[in-house]
Design a protein around this ligand. Structure first.
Ligand SMILES: Cc1cc2nc3c(=O)[nH]c(=O)nc-3n(C[C@H](O)[C@H](O)[C@H](O)COP(=O)(O)O)c2cc1C
Length: 388
């Protein structure tokens, strides 16, 4: 039977009879302000901030606001099924955890807490190359949970192959290649505080535990951290690659490959031509190109161009169950949730991530039913109306 995520609502109300309230807010619009209270300014700015004037972040939210769900009544939507099949794998709900680097800046348990919470709920994680823990440590925390690996593509083929082999050995099934962050954007919140986690040696656990990377160093990262950090920063930023290089990844990864950061239908077509299995329509949560197209505005044309040939996933601006419904109605198979659960991690480690994920899934389940839909197959353009 399909999971009934909406039961988190009754659980909260019933616990209220004993005087308990949720550990922190269930309001997705209040999470950021609430996280500001528990985080130092550096880490908070790193998570909440974006590129330039923040125009892309605002555009992401505005785009969701321009679409409205049109509920249908007496639709027999009591029992709902949120299952989705992505890259041939059945998920309990169409929501994955977006790759988020340097999680230990918001909570010491970082990626380990996130992996454990996601596995418990049957949701896939996408482990960032900028993880604070090694591939093997996160795999252990994830147990039999579904896990994908996100590659920031190093400018060194031996290191790339070594990292891919470790990911494969550790049970990561799909490879997500992030294309939009080959160098960091102008990010005023971080610049004003001179705060960049990598420079401080945070989010470097994967290269620092990699034999091919370590072999390139005169001294180990334990002996000379600054030189190792510098070497890594030069290796994972600063060089833009080209479409023909994807053949190299195909050669060294035998599972599905997903390209993250696609915003133009022609790039989506190039991904298909390159034999990719999926794409993530994403502007990196407004952290890379200021003044960029909202990811949701880019979605319909991309889904129309390639949606029958690759799995089209979506992120950037998803906050509520309604947002998930809108993205799926506009052509996504599933969405990646980003900042909200990072704020949950900041509030309470594994329990905090769990609370946010359960809240979003409950909201999704209830909103799906209340709008007269029983499954994702019921959703489409007919579900929505543009803001008058
Ligand atoms: C703090 C932070 C760190 C991130 N780190 C990565 C990363 O390491 N790799 C990656 O592909 N995307 C990274 N992203 C982008 C997310 O995967 C995702 O595209 C973005 O969070 C979506 O926007 P939203 O959170 O506003 O919905 C990061 C985002 C944030 C907020």
């Amino acid at each position: 039977m399909a999971a009934q995520f909406g039961t988190y609502q009754s659980e909260i109300y019933l616990q209220g009879l004993a005087g308990a309230v949720p550990p922190f807010t269930t309001d997705p619009t209040a999470l950021e302000a609430s996280a500001r209270e528990v985080l130092e300014p550096g880490p908070f700015g790193y998570v909440a901030g974006g590129a330039g004037a923040g125009a892309t972040m605002r555009a992401n939210r505005d785009a969701f606001d321009r679409w409205r769900i049109v509920p249908r009544m007496l639709a027999d939507a009591t029992d709902r099924d949120l299952r989705a099949t992505v890259l041939g794998t059945e998920l309990a709900a169409p929501v994955l955890l977006a790759p988020i680097g340097v999680q230990s800046i918001v909570h010491e348990d970082g990626e380990l807490a996130t992996a454990a919470a996601a596995a418990e709920l049957g949701m896939p994680i996408v482990l960032s190359t900028a993880s604070s823990y090694s591939i093997e440590e996160v795999a252990e925390a994830s147990g039999d949970g579904e896990r994908w690996y996100q590659l920031y593509w190093p400018n060194d083929d031996d290191v790339t192959v070594s990292i891919l082999e470790r990911a494969k050995r550790s049970g990561f099934t799909a490879l997500v290649v992030t294309l939009d962050t080959w160098t960091l954007a102008w990010r005023p919140q971080d610049l004003d505080q001179s705060y960049l986690p990598f420079i401080r040696g945070v989010g470097t656990a994967i290269p620092f535990s990699d034999p091919a990377f370590r072999a390139l160093l005169a001294q180990s990262p334990e002996e000379d951290r600054n030189s190792a950090v510098l070497r890594w920063v030069q290796m994972f930023t600063g060089v833009d690659k080209s479409w023909d290089r994807l053949a190299f990844l195909r050669e060294h990864w035998d599972g599905p490959i997903v390209l993250k950061g696609v915003l133009h239908p022609d790039d989506a077509r190039l991904a298909v031509d390159a034999g990719m299995d999926g794409i993530v329509v994403s502007n990196h949560g407004g952290r890379q190109v200021d003044g960029a197209v909202a990811a949701l505005d880019a979605l319909p044309a991309i889904a129309e161009a390639v949606g029958d040939r690759v799995d089209v996933l979506f992120d950037s601006g998803v906050r509520t169950g309604a947002d998930v419904i809108k993205a799926i109605s506009l052509g996504a198979k599933a969405v990646l949730l980003g900042r909200p659960w990072v704020y949950g991690l900041a509030h309470g480690g594994r329990e905090g991530v769990r609370h946010v994920l359960r809240s979003v899934l409950a909201d999704l389940d209830l909103t799906l039913g209340l709008s007269g839909n029983r499954s994702l197959a019921d959703l489409g353009r007919h579900t929505l109306m543009e803001k008058p």
